[in-house]
Design a protein around this ligand. Structure first.
Ligand SMILES: *[C@@H]1O[C@H](CO)[C@@H](O)[C@H](O)[C@H]1NC(C)=O
Length: 237
């Protein structure tokens, strides 16, 4: 009994310390879909561990193990989609910032078999940090149990990967310390517009790991300002 409670306490502590998470379900409208149905199953679907190497191909969709087969969901341009957070606990537990990128599969290529390589990724949504010149820094994404955002109405019709990324910054003061929680959904955008998405970046390539918003001590001294990693959100507000 005693040994059991020690083990239980240690397990609870380990869970608390690791506090890792994934984004297994795509949300369409107000309902979440089945886990890993429209989201490519990530290598960390069981251990929930973050990606910390921005130079690996796994900084894109973290799915090199290819342990699942995702379907492609039809979504209307201008509609709201999203991802649920699942883990230990099931929210964006760590202080950090969030980005959502999309990339269109070349015409004639099924997004389900597309690797997403090249300068093809544009940012459609972000939740940055809030600073006030050095007194406080807050992270509005913290604690979210799901992330929702609109597919820009200007997005051309076609098949896309949608990549969500939470960059946890609690141990980011040394190189490679930032923790990337990533997943890619597969969607077919219908009723799209005639916009030209950009700027376009590649994964890997978008980050060096030395960006002021990635290699950062968020505790001391309190950063006076914060620079969100990655390109500007498209389309400009
Ligand atoms: C704050 O702004 C300065 C001046 O532009 C810049 O050098 C620094 O990298 C910024 N800090 C962060 C954390 O973005």
């Amino acid at each position: 009994m005693k040994a059991f409670s020690v083990i239980a306490a240690l397990a609870a502590l380990a869970a608390k310390v690791s506090a890792h998470y994934t984004f297994p379900q795509l949300i369409a409208g107000s309902s979440a879909t089945t886990a890993w149905q429209y989201v490519r199953e990530t290598n960390n679907w069981q251990d929930l561990n973050p990606q910390t190497d921005v130079t690996t191909n796994d900084i894109m969709c973290y799915d090199s193990a290819m342990s699942g087969t995702a379907s492609t969901m039809s979504v209307a341009a201008g509609s709201t989609v999203g991802f649920t957070v699942d883990g230990n606990p099931s929210n964006l537990y760590h202080p950090g910032v969030l980005n959502v990128y999309m990339a269109q599969a070349p015409s004639g290529t099924d997004v389900a078999s597309w690797d997403g390589s090249g300068d093809v990724w544009f940012k459609v949504y972000q939740i940055s940090a809030v600073t006030d010149g050095g007194s406080t820094i807050t992270f509005p994404a913290t604690g979210l149990t799901q992330v929702t955002f609109p597919i820009p109405a200007e997005t051309p019709s076609g098949q896309y990967l949608i990549r969500v990324e939470h960059i946890a910054l609690h141990v980011a003061s040394s190189y490679g310390g930032a923790q990337f929680y990533i997943a890619c959904g597969q969607v077919e955008v219908t009723g799209g517009g005639s916009g030209t998405p950009g700027p376009l970046v590649a994964f890997p390539g978008a980050y060096t790991g030395n960006e002021p918003g990635i290699l950062i001590n968020i505790y001391y001294p309190i950063p006076a300002n914060y620079t969100q990693p990655g390109p500007a959100v498209w389309p400009a507000a």
